[in-house]
Design a protein around this ligand. Structure first.
Ligand code: AMP
Length: 424
């Protein structure tokens, strides 16, 4: 089979790495991919949101299975277009991608399906939103409803902060279209966990649970980012919790989407806040694999990803994945100076030839000069993933390899997995 991976980040490099490992001789294309995918696949110079060019490439290269990484092409209807041509796709149609692309829709689905989630209200009117803030106890979370590259949620400790966030979105249009509809919700207490479910819309196969680190700085301080690192599996995701999440979160969400005529096929991502009593409260749904979660979850899959992808793309129940029961993975994101606001591009990157065994470097924001020099080309530059037979070793290896890779302005967290380390 011939594969196409749409996207250019660390998630897509990890997808290319997994598909290559499982399909040593198969043609694999990436649109557009990055310097890390180049040795594994054929990079096509097509942007992930250029739907016309991607649809044309699928015909030209007779792609058997397209895996769509990012949310934007899904929300724009790339999966619909490819399916209309009879092509197999991993990723939902635009109608089901609204579970991520519209937080207002997502909350509505959750409320209708009785899924545990923070109480909330949706607003388009500034004054009504301000009145709601006035009448509710802090902390409050103010969210731009539309896609905002992971930066549309503002956790507000005071009502004054919440009012300012509401004004920025509904009054000043600071979040553009994404902030014209605003969701204001109660603050949830607990520990976050990311759950990824491969699904044909009905049957599901869970990937190992992981935990992202959204804040820029060690100790979970500083601004929110797209994610500064992740690890998996997570010990709070016990079999009991996973069973509850399956029955109380994933299955009801899929059933409600189907009931609304928007059946979901692909990877459903549930961002959970696990409360002290063990309830899986939903913080958000995403319509695709997480980034950087994918960079720790896929290396734990020994075999079976390709088959499960092919089956869900055909509408069949996903086949079981062969997950290594003894492995732990930690990934550290190396970010550019100025990230997340205004990352500085251009610095030369040095990756030593001899990195410790068990370490894989997934590229994200990199580019390569004609002479082979690797350069910083985005906010999150590299993901340094280590796999080992203990959590502590994976953590140590990821950190050690992150130190060995150099570029001017490199910033990264040395405490990825600190909650897990504290539990052990
Ligand atoms: P979101 O874009 O909805 O995933 O939110 C980004 C981050 O903000 C989440 O990963 C949480 O850390 C935090 N967050 C969002 N909503 C809530 C909430 N209701 N309670 C507590 N933290 C939240």
């Amino acid at each position: 089979m011939t594969f196409l991976i749409v996207g250019s980040g660390g998630r897509e490099h990890a997808l290319a790495w997994s598909l290559r490992r499982e399909n040593p001789g198969a043609p694999i294309f990436c649109a557009p991919g990055n310097p890390g995918t180049a040795p594994l696949a054929t990079n096509l110079p097509i942007a992930a949101d250029d739907l016309d060019a991607i649809a044309a490439a699928v015909e030209t290269h007779d792609i058997g299975l397209t895996v769509i990484g990012p949310e934007v092409p899904l929300a724009l209807g790339l999966a619909d277009r490819l399916r209309a041509k009879g092509r197999l796709v991993v990723g939902p149609d635009a109608a089901a991608a609204r579970i991520e692309a519209s937080k207002a829709f997502s909350k509505d689905v959750m409320q209708a399906a009785g899924i545990p989630t923070a109480s909330s209200r949706t607003f388009t009117d500034l004054h009504a939103a301000l009145a709601y803030v006035d009448a509710h106890a802090e902390p409050l979370v103010v969210k731009a409803s539309g896609l905002a590259a992971g930066k549309g949620a503002i956790v507000c400790d005071t009502r004054a902060e919440a009012a300012a966030a509401v004004r920025a979105m509904l009054g000043e249009g600071q979040f553009g279209e994404a902030g014209r509809v605003v969701v204001i919700e109660a603050f949830l207490v607990g520990e976050e966990t990311s759950l990824l479910a491969l699904t044909n819309g009905r049957d599901i196969e869970l990937l190992p649970a992981s935990q992202d680190h959204k804040r820029l700085l060690e100790g979970d301080r500083g601004p929110n980012t797209g994610g500064m690192g992740a690890y998996g599996p997570v010990s709070i995701a016990t079999p009991q919790l996973l069973d509850r999440a399956r029955r109380e979160v994933i299955e009801p969400c899929l059933a409600e989407l189907a009931r609304r005529g928007a059946p979901f096929s692909g990877v459903l991502y549930a961002g959970l806040m696990v409360s002290p009593d063990g309830t899986p409260w939903v913080v958000e749904f995403n319509c695709r694999l997480g980034d950087p979660e994918t960079q720790v979850v896929l290396p734990l899959v020994r075999a079976g990803l390709t088959t499960a992808f092919q089956r869900i793309a055909r509408g069949e129940a996903p086949s079981p994945l062969d997950i290594d029961p003894h492995a732990f993975a930690v990934t550290t994101v190396l970010a550019a100076r100025g990230y997340p606001d205004t990352p500085e591009k251009g610095a030369a990157i040095t990756i030593p030839d001899q990195l410790p065994a068990g370490v894989t470097v997934f590229h994200a924001g990199t580019k390569q000069d004609a002479d082979g020099t690797l350069r910083v080309n985005g906010g999150r530059v590299l993901n340094v993933t280590a796999v080992a037979t203990s959590f502590a070793e994976a953590q140590t290896l990821s950190r050690a390899a992150s130190e060995m890779i150099t570029f001017d302005g490199k910033q990264y967290r040395r405490d990825i997995g600190w909650r897990e380390a504290a539990r052990r």
